[in-house]
Every structure is written in C-alpha cells, then in structure tokens.
Design a protein around this ligand. Structure first.
Ligand code: HPA
Length: 271
C-alpha cells in the first residue's frame, strides 16, 4: 500500500506544483464548489496509477488542485462508495494519498437523510460524531506503522476547533446550521422505517452511505476533520414520499450556494 501510494503521488506531482494542506471531499450534488477553485488543475482518477476507478459506470471522478481565496486546496469531485463494490481499502485510498501529499485538514461533505425530526430538506448539519454501521472497518488487516497506530483513539474524530470555526463563519454569513451524529451504512438501498427508528434510538441524527470510512482513516492518519451533511430528505418513515436519487441531487443543488459560500469562507479563515 505504502509504495502504491508513493507511485500515485509521484504521478500527481508530475502534473501539479501545488502543495495544499487542505482537502475537500464533495458529496452528491455538492460538486459545484469546484467551479470556484481558481487556477485549477484537474486530474482524472483513471489517469492516476493505482487509483481505484469504476470499471462499471465508465465515468470516474477528478482530483482538482487550485486556490480558494488564495489558499491552496485539493478537492475530490466524485467519491468512491463501498456500495459500488470497492473494498474498504479502495474506498479510503484517496485519503492515504492526501496524507502523503501533505494534507493536514480534511473537509468531508455528503448528502444524508434526516433522522432528527427537527431537521428538514436542505438542513446543513455539522457532524459532531459518527456511528459506524458499515459492519466493517477500513483499518482491518495488517497495520503499517508508517501510517498510524494499530488501535487509533476516536475521542475527537471531528475536530472541535474546526467545528467552532465552521460555526463562527456560519453565524457571520447568516447561514443556518444544525449539529448531529452521522450514522453510516453501506446502502445502496435506502433504509426501512424500522431501521430508521432503530438508528434514532441508537443516537443517529442523520443517515448516509459514505464519510465514515474516510473519517476513520483520516483520523488514523492524524488529520483534522470537519464533516458537513446536507440533509437532502427526511429518512424513511419521517418523509412524506418515497426517496429517489434525483430528488436527493435536486435538494443538494438547492443548498449548494450556501454550502459553497460556507466552505469557501472556512477555507479562507483556516490557520
Ligand atoms: N439514506 C441514506 N443515504 C442518503 C439518504 C437517506 O435517506 N439521503 C441521501 N443519502
């Protein structure tokens, strides 16, 4: 793995001289932040040696390097999901690349279903913690101490400093937000109403099919993490109509403007 990551990085470095310390993973329907990246250099996933790419759908995502308000960033447009059939190591491979590229701070975004009844379509939720309901863990397997310790602590996966900055910027920008616990499941089917009642009892405020594997690995690698969920629908049993991926994308796109402004401002003010 270590050597594979080095090979990927060697290729990426041959394409860009940017040295960002901040990376952003863009969730479903939230990709337009990339339009705001200045002097952008785009690298298709399928160009990068060892990068897991979809052989099924044919369209891969992109790594984008550039600047937001003068700050260098690396953005992932199009993430790799466990439900596509990738292994947990493949799902989290880009996070290892980020680490060895020098990324220190990571913003993870996603589309999610709302479990907390105070949420509504379009709520932006700061992730304060997560529940891993994938039934597996991306760190299973032989541990490479060059990356991190065998048994990583998970007391503060989502950085309090980072969260406080996000809250301050939201207030200054007049952007409404909520806070809650993200429960990650494999998907790809949406949940049953009974599952949502169970997840609510367990302490989940939102449910989605990503983010948790990436957060586990980024925490293991010592990165500071901020997580933002865009509640694109109320979860099964709380929603008034059946879910569809199209309406998830539609709602995400409606809050994209606020989301982009918020993330841009956070990036500019990160120290
Ligand atoms: N459940 C799981 N993942 C999701 C949902 C949902 O209701 N909405 C967007 N992603």
């Amino acid at each position: 793995m270590y050597d594979k990551v080095l090979e990927s990085i060697k290729f990426i470095k041959s394409k860009t001289s940017y040295n960002p310390k901040i990376a952003i993973v863009l969730g479903s329907g939230l990709g337009s932040l990339t339009n705001e990246i200045e002097d952008a250099i785009e690298i298709d996933y399928n160009e990068i040696p060892n990068f897991p790419i979809s052989t099924v759908t044919g369209h891969a995502g992109k790594l984008i390097f550039g600047k937001i308000g003068g700050t260098e960033v690396m953005a992932m447009k199009g993430r790799i999901h466990f439900y596509e059939g990738y292994s947990m190591k493949e799902v989290t491979y880009p996070i290892y690349i980020m680490k060895m590229f020098g990324i220190e701070k990571l913003i993870l975004s996603n589309a999610a279903g709302g479990i907390n009844p105070s949420f509504g379509d379009g709520t932006l939720m700061i992730i304060k913690d997560h529940i891993n309901f994938f039934g597996t863990n991306p760190l299973i397997g032989k541990n490479d101490e060059r990356f991190g310790t065998r048994f990583p602590d998970m007391t503060e996966v989502y950085s309090e400093n980072f969260i406080n900055l996000a809250k301050k910027e939201a207030k200054d920008l007049n952007i409404e937000y909520s806070e809650g616990v993200y429960l990650g499941t494999t998907g790809p089917s949406y949940e049953t109403a009974s599952e949502i009642r169970a997840y609510s009892t367990l302490g989940g405020d939102a449910v989605g099919m990503s983010t948790v594997p990436e957060a586990i690995v980024a925490n293991y690698l010592g990165m500071e993490i901020l997580g933002i969920s865009c509640i694109t629908n109320m979860a099964t049993g709380l929603a008034t109509k059946p879910h569809s991926h199209e309406s998830v994308i539609e709602i995400a796109q409606k809050v994209e403007k606020d989301f982009c402004l918020w993330i841009k401002t956070i990036v500019k003010n990160l120290k």
